[in-house]
Write a protein that binds this ligand. Structure first.
Ligand SMILES: Cc1ncc(C[n+]2csc(CCOP(=O)(O)OP(=O)(O)O)c2C)c(N)n1
Ligand SMILES: [Mg+2]
Length: 316
């Protein structure tokens, strides 16, 4: 049950990301993207496939964890770490880095898999998920794991911490940007809306949140537990710029992130419609796989399904 190795990807990506850093820091401090090589959609889709396979293998090996909400966020996290953010896996504390806060911290496997692929730590670490003493605990721990920006898991808090980071960046006159990923069940927390109000009040144009809108939470559909509709209107009424996308379509996601970058003085919310368990037929839209690991047989079956990339229109 070893995770699929993709050293070639990591080498390509590490080179690109370092160039990204130099492109910004050495060429022109104020130009974030000048002279940077672009990442192809094909390449992103291949990385997403690898990340999905890691999620299955790691949770299967751990015998616990949260595969459903990890699989729904694969394209969101992959876009950020491989195409959008300015960061350097060889220098995780680089002061000018963009920050990513996984507010829905239970989806740690997707973050760990993408960080490993980006080169923050060896892919072999993924096999230690949730083991006693491992750097990869069940929820992200900023003191243990390179690339983890904020310890999360207590739902509702991550967005507030991202607001604080964005405010600090503004006060320091730094041009780093802050990204936060929240869940739709997590949106039941009142603290999310306090953070929403504060971000608009402080005109945090350097803050982008993504809602992983997979329609399910821990024990059922959001619509039954606590509907968040009309969610786009809610965020607009809180003063945010809102973009709605298919959260598994890289083109739509990258367009939305580009739009967010051009918005000054206003935070952006990307409402990403996703499928919980995306990519594995017996996990898709199944509440049970919120917090249940696949069995050995299910790992084998899932890996057979995850043999070719998912393209923008959902086809393989
Ligand atoms: C404050 C708090 N209350 C309860 C939980 C337990 N919990 C973990 S995940 C989850 C459901 C989250 O649903 P959602 O945000 O939709 O996550 P996703 O579907 O993306 O996995 C709950 C209630 C928690 N982690 N924190
Ligand atoms: Mg959900």
């Amino acid at each position: 049950m070893r995770a699929q190795s993709s050293a070639a990807f990591r080498a390509v990506c590490a080179k690109r990301l370092v160039k990204r850093k130099n492109g910004s820091a050495d060429i022109d401090k104020n130009k974030r993207t000048s002279g940077l090589p672009s990442v192809s959609i094909d390449e992103l889709e291949r990385i997403a496939l690898t990340v999905r396979r890691h999620i299955i293998v790691m949770t299967g090996k751990a015998g616990s964890g949260h595969p459903g909400g990890s699989l729904s966020a694969v394209e969101i996290v992959t876009s950020l770490l491989f195409a959008v953010m300015r960061h350097d896996p060889t220098d995780p504390r680089w002061p000018a880095r963009d920050r990513l806060v996984l507010s829905k911290g239970h989806a740690a496997p997707v973050l760990y898999a993408a960080l490993a692929e980006a080169g923050y730590f060896p892919v072999e670490w993924l096999e230690s998920l949730r083991k006693l003493g491992s750097p990869l605990q069940g929820h992200p721990d900023m003191h243990r794991t390179p690339g983890v920006e904020m310890s999360t898991g207590s739902l509702g808090q991550g967005l507030s911490m991202a607001v604080g980071m964005a405010l600090a960046g503004m006060l320091d006159k730094s041009d780093y940007r802050v990204f936060a990923i929240i869940g739709d069940g997590e949106s039941d927390e009142g603290q999310i809306w306090e953070a929403a109000m504060a971000a608009a009040h402080y005109r945090l144009g350097n803050l982008v949140a993504v809602l992983d809108y997979n329609g399910l939470q821990i024990d059922g559909p959001n619509k039954q537990v606590m509907s968040i509709e009309p969610v786009a209107d809610k965020w607009r009424s809180f003063g945010w710029h809102v973009v709605e996308v298919d959260g598994h379509d890289f083109r739509q996601l990258l367009d939305a992130f580009a739009q967010a970058e051009s918005k000054k003085g206003q935070p952006t919310m990307i409402v990403a419609r996703t499928v919980k368990g995306k990519g594995v037929s017996f996990m898709e839209n199944v509440v049970d796989f919120h917090g249940k690991a696949p069995t050995v047989e299910q790992v084998e079956s899932a890996l057979r399904e995850l043999s070719s990339p998912i393209t923008g229109n959902g086809a393989r």
